[in-house]
Design a protein around this ligand. Structure first.
Ligand SMILES: [Zn+2]
Length: 400
């Protein structure tokens, strides 16, 4: 099946995940895509195909020559909950003229805002109709992996053992929650979940969530002097004592503190911060800063503040640098098909950071998609085809 047909088929199945349901998969719709992928993998004659009937993970295995390392490829089935993907109505623009694209009466894909568009002049673009996500994140990755498998099988390309996994709920940070390593026995893997063609990512943030709760004391306002303790004002004090390094004021390798939410009244205020830093040392220091700040304020306010610090994910760089063949071979594979490798840090995390932490080194490669998580999402068909070629090259390099 041509990659365009695959991609169009997958994006028309709504798979928005939902961070509120508390289940895995978080939405029933993800089963629809999982079942279609199961069917297609069986039609490809993969040696084994499994569906995790409880949690909606799809795994497949293609047996290869024994002396080669076991390699894996992973993409996620869900789409971001930020915008709906129901009634997806893709626009296919052939021989793109390099100008802004009118998505509907109101919405425009503006080349002045999204200058990457110009790189695709003369090529085929797939955009939304301005009302939904496209779902290239990450159905482009799925289509690329499936097409890679088909090419390898149909053209009898020499390969080692290949494992494939399609996961649910990556967008709500739960893509690896029930990942089954007894089904996915690769020595290492790539997630195909990045943006630009040629992108290779193996550095991401260290991440922690900090929850602070402040208990205040309420009184009649007329007799509040020296009695009332307003937890909201203490929260305000905490917020003002945090260094002003925010997502909106930082870039590149700079870390930040993000005030995620405040909920409160006089007697009870909860604040949640997200802490991000590429460096382990900086990460630990940021968490310590919080703890010290709370300890100091507790002395002033009679121990009314509690703090809970939990790590969410870590920078995979420390692990990947012990397996640099993953990066070198990805670069080489790209050069073999005339694509310029772009090494880029991720100002976030991927499923690969968790998998690397659990012993499966797993950098991330670009899918060719742009403007993820919004109605301006688009992808270039020729880039998807190139990514497929890159994946085939990677398989070939590891079977040598
Ligand atoms: Zn993604």
């Amino acid at each position: 099946m041509a990659i365009l047909d695959r991609f169009l088929k997958y994006i028309q199945i709504s798979t928005n995940s939902d961070s509120e349901t508390g289940t895995t998969p978080s939405t029933e719709t993800q089963w629809h895509l999982a079942k279609i992928l199961m069917q297609e993998l069986r039609q490809l004659n993969m040696d084994e195909v499994w569906l995790d009937e409880e949690h909606c993970y799809v795994y497949a295995f293609l047996k290869g020559i024994e002396c080669a390392p076991k390699i894996g490829f992973i993409s996620h089935m869900d789409t971001s909950e930020s915008v709906t993907d129901i009634n997806m109505n893709p626009h296919i623009i052939r021989n793109y003229d390099g100008r802004s694209i009118q998505l509907n009466e109101k919405e425009i894909l503006d080349v002045n805002k999204y200058s990457d568009l110009r790189k695709h002049t003369g090529k085929t673009l797939i955009t939304t109709d301005g009302n939904t996500l496209l779902g290239a994140d990450d159905k482009a990755g799925i289509a690329e992996i499936m097409t890679m498998l088909e090419n390898i099988i149909n053209n009898n390309i020499k390969h080692g053992d290949i494992f494939v996994a399609f996961t649910p709920d990556e967008e709500i940070g739960e893509g690896t929650k029930f990942f089954d390593f007894s089904k996915f026995k690769a020595d290492f893997a790539y997630t195909i979940d990045g943006s630009d063609l040629g992108e290779i990512c193996y550095e991401n943030f260290n991440a922690a969530t900090i929850k602070i709760q402040i208990k205040g004391v309420s009184t009649h306002l007329g007799s509040a002097k020296n009695v009332m303790v307003n937890s909201q004002l203490i929260a305000n004090e905490i917020i003002n004592l945090i260094p002003k390094e925010y997502p909106e004021t930082t870039e590149g390798y700079e870390g930040y503190y993000h005030l995620d939410s405040i909920q409160g009244n006089v007697t009870d205020t909860k604040i949640k911060f997200l802490v991000r830093d590429f460096q382990k040392v900086g990460f630990e220091k940021r968490k310590k800063n919080f703890q010290k700040l709370v300890d100091d304020l507790n002395k002033k306010y009679n121990n009314c503040i509690t703090i809970e610090i939990s790590d969410t994910y870590y920078n995979m760089k420390e692990i990947i640098t012990k397996h640099m063949h993953l990066i070198e071979n990805a670069k080489k594979a790209m050069q073999n098909v005339n694509v310029n490798p772009i090494i880029r840090e991720i100002r976030g995390g991927t499923d690969g950071s968790n998998l690397s932490e659990k012993g499966l080194p797993c950098p991330n490669l670009g899918t060719g998609g742009h403007n993820f998580h919004g109605i301006h999402e688009y992808i270039c068909l020729e880039d998807m085809e190139k990514v497929t070629e890159i994946l085939v090259e990677i398989v070939k390099l590891y079977s040598k």
